[in-house]
Ligand binder design. Sequence first.
Ligand SMILES: Cc1cc2nc3c(=O)[nH]c(=O)nc-3n(C[C@H](O)[C@H](O)[C@H](O)COP(=O)(O)OP(=O)(O)OC[C@H]3O[C@@H](n4cnc5c(N)ncnc54)[C@H](O)[C@@H]3O)c2cc1C
Length: 399
Amino acid sequence: MKDDASVRDFRAETRAWLEQNCPPEMRLPIVEEERCWGGRKWTFHSDAQRLWLERMADRGWTAPTWPREYGGGGLSHAEAKILREEMDALNCRPPLERVSQALGLLGPTILAIGTDAQKARFLPPIARGETRWCQGYSEPNAGSDLASVRTRARDEGDHFVINGQKIWTSHAHLSDWMFALVRTGPDTPKHAGITFVLLDMDSPGVDVRPIELISGKSAFCETFLTDVKVPKENVLGEVNDGWNVSKILLSNERNSISTARNFMAERSIGLTALDRQREGPGHESDASLLDTSLRERIAAYEASAWAFSALSERAGDLAAAGESTAAHASVLKIHYARLNQLRTSLMLEIGGSDYFEWDAPVSDAARLWLRAKANSIEGGSTEIQLNILSKRVLGLPNL
Ligand SMILES: Cc1cc2nc3c(=O)[nH]c(=O)nc-3n(C[C@H](O)[C@H](O)[C@H](O)COP(=O)(O)OP(=O)(O)OC[C@H]3O[C@@H](n4cnc5c(N)ncnc54)[C@H](O)[C@@H]3O)c2cc1C
């Protein structure tokens, strides 16, 4: 922004608008089930949730930095940061999940390399929360080694016909569209024969089967594709250049997994431990803060969380300046996974046996601890991120 006065004005206007337009219910702490993912199959939890999304989307603030013509707010990176800070200060919930496949991953990729027609068609419904997307990358024999995807796309002139299977497709059963990597060049080297397509989940031949987890929930699906027609105008980037498109998107994914989470906007776990101690006798955790080792580890975590916040802010600035690299995204992703796993295990230690119940009335700490295990797998495992760093930063050879 140009000068201090315009920063102050923008901050004051933003705060006033949020105070006037964010319904009180949308300022209460959010629970997992009430996160808003949008899409045609989405059911709003309350009128307030619907209203909040509509108001923010009308203003373009669900996708603050996207151009206005594509449903965004046209804000600069600095203005978007102020908006986030003011939303945090007033406890406003995100009206739409920022780290979703649509808003966090695909949208920025379409903005970067899509045609004008693709931007006009796909971005406004994403910004308004009208379409939900899922990610069709992994296959039974292609996870870390993603370039081994086998789902085949046969060229039929103005369209492709797709056959194959995707797995671990998060929320495919709730999604309207899928972006997928498919093999278009079976005889070329494996990285060169992949194309990135946008596929309507209502197309004939799409069969989604939710995978039931031990928790009883179904966050993942197997997605079978049998003779699914995809028009060529739904290819993002060039045919056979999908590997490069996927790298842009994976960088967006790693950035958004790690930068969407502001640990410092969350309650300090040291203070949570103190509260538990003051709750009085009857809790195993009463004595937890007498443990010097635990106190030291909480302090070390809090210091790392501050450092991570500064690092992710810097990464956001670099990305806005077009200076972000795959290595930056990998560093953030590794650090985020470790920190979140540390946070959730410390929370369990503080809570003692009170927290160690699946459906504990006092806390969802056990579920969060278990969910954090996936942080070092989803979006590319920690080992794969370390491989990227060893090659790109340290210049080490492949073994
Ligand atoms: C919560 C969650 C959500 C997900 N959502 C989606 C989704 O929406 N869409 C989608 O397409 N996929 C999704 N995935 C799948 C995810 O991308 C893969 O699980 C991940 O890429 C790892 O692949 P894999 O499971 O096949 O494991 P593998 O590739 O078989 O790896 C197994 C182990 O070997 C290690 N390993 C593999 N290769 C190497 C190597 N070269 N060097 C060192 N170690 C190695 C890995 O780090 C891992 O520990 C999701 C996964 C999770 C956990």
